[in-house]
Design a protein around this ligand. Structure first.
Ligand code: PLP
Length: 393
């Protein structure tokens, strides 16, 4: 099938599934076999040495896992893709495979908490030089990149205040110094944003979030230039953080409705953001789809939809958050995001729990902030739920 002629919703369903499966099955079989047998030693040798395609051992590659990798590869317009047991495995394997002693990485202060820990705690102990720049200060970012670096690691929109960074602008700066550009595309999903088309070399996802979409399986994926993906794949083979067939099946199944879910979540989130913005008990709303959002113009130029994630602060303190959140009926008060059901929580107990109040303030995270991951429930019900809870304040 020529996927270049298909729209993303079609690709999400058919990619990796165009060949007949075992016994004519029309859904990918879950192949839990650890190993793959050969009658012909020459054929086995060719597969083992990469001269022929096939499978040898499931820590390296697996047919069910391959279906999921193909979906992401084609949706992101990538030459190659490989997968991992979690999103953090994708990020850490990528950084550890591509960096080393004496190398320099430039990234943002606002990256996902786990990525931040790699930059602040683990990579420096391997003598990797790490610079974390102000997330929205593009002049500072360009200046840091121009000093020379090996890797630029970006995330947009960011957690939890949905800051936007200009991928094309920073990828251009990175190209000038020969640095590899990696973008965490978890919040946007390949439906709303394709970093490789904006000049990035690699894109990573926590598949645990929107790709899976049901909060019932964990995974991670890397897609991009074949040579770079291969390098990370060789490291992951040995590092061992491989995705298993069962979660790969769940994620690939979830991805069949990716476009439907994201279109719904894009539309609902915008309506909810507009409702909250106009509410007297709400102090501020952080959603890139609002014209008042600082990164709106960049978001409009690089995203085809603004996503299902937002955050908002109450006119009040953390005590008001404690009163407000339990009044919501149509949310799970929990960490994570990107599921069919709406999920909410304060950064103080979720993404930024390790930081002090002063550190959160420095990142522009008010104590009355609530992160809200819009599900696919009917938007009128979600707005009524928010309205009822806000009225009680
Ligand atoms: C959740 C998340 C991760 C980590 O993914 P896991 O699957 O939990 O390991 C990385 N980046 C972003 C933006 C995330 O939201």
């Amino acid at each position: 099938m020529d996927f270049s002629k298909q729209k993303k919703g079609t690709t999400a369903i058919w990619a990796g599934e165009t060949e007949r499966f075992f016994q004519g099955a029309t859904t990918p079989p879950i192949i839990n076999s650890v190993t793959y047998a050969y009658d012909d030693l020459d054929e086995w040798y060719d597969v083992a040495t990469g001269k022929a395609s096939g499978f040898i051992y499931s820590r390296n590659t697996n047919p069910t896992v391959h279906v999921f990798e193909e979906k992401v590869r084609i949706l992101e317009g990538a030459e190659a893709a490989t997968s991992f047991s979690t999103g953090m495995a994708a990020i850490s394997n990528t950084l550890f495979a591509l960096l080393g002693p004496g190398k320099r990485v430039v990234s943002l202060k606002d990256t996902y908490g786990g990525a931040s820990r790699l930059f602040l705690d683990f990579l420096p102990s391997y003598n990797v030089n790490v610079t974390l720049s102000d997330t929205t200060d593009h002049d500072q970012l360009e200046a840091e990149i121009a000093k020379g670096c090996d890797l630029v690691y970006l995330e947009t929109p960011t957690n939890p205040t949905l800051k936007i960074v200009d991928i094309k602008r920073l990828a251009t700066a990175a190209k000038n110094v020969g640095a590899v550009v990696v973008v965490d595309n978890t919040f946007a999903t390949p439906i709303n944003q394709n970093p490789l088309q904006l000049g990035a070399d690699l894109v990573v996802h926590s598949a645990t979030k929107f790709l899976c979409g049901h909060s019932d399986a964990m995974g991670g994926v890397l897609a991009g230039k074949a040579e770079l993906v291969e390098k990370v794949f060789r490291f992951r083979e040995i590092n061992g953080a491989s995705l298993q067939a069962d979660p790969a099946y769940m994620i690939a199944r979830g991805m069949k409705t990716l476009e439907l879910r994201i279109e719904r979540q894009n539309a609902s989130a915008l309506k909810i953001a507009q409702f909250l913005k106009a509410h007297p008990n709400v102090n501020d709303v952080f959603y890139p789809g609002l014209e008042t959002h600082l990164g709106h113009d960049i978001a409009k130029s690089q995203m085809s939809g603004f996503g299902g994630m937002m955050s908002f602060s109450l006119n009040g303190t953390y005590d008001d958050v404690k009163k407000f959140l339990p009044k919501l009926q149509l949310v799970h008060l929990a960490a994570s995001l990107g599921s069919v059901s709406t999920l909410a929580g304060p950064p103080r107990t979720t993404s930024h729990v390790e930081l002090t109040e002063a550190q959160r303030a420095q990142l522009g995270i008010p104590e009355s902030l609530i992160r809200y991951s819009v599900g696919i429930e009917n938007v009128e019900d979600l707005i009524t739920d928010l309205d009822n809870a806000l009225r009680g304040l």
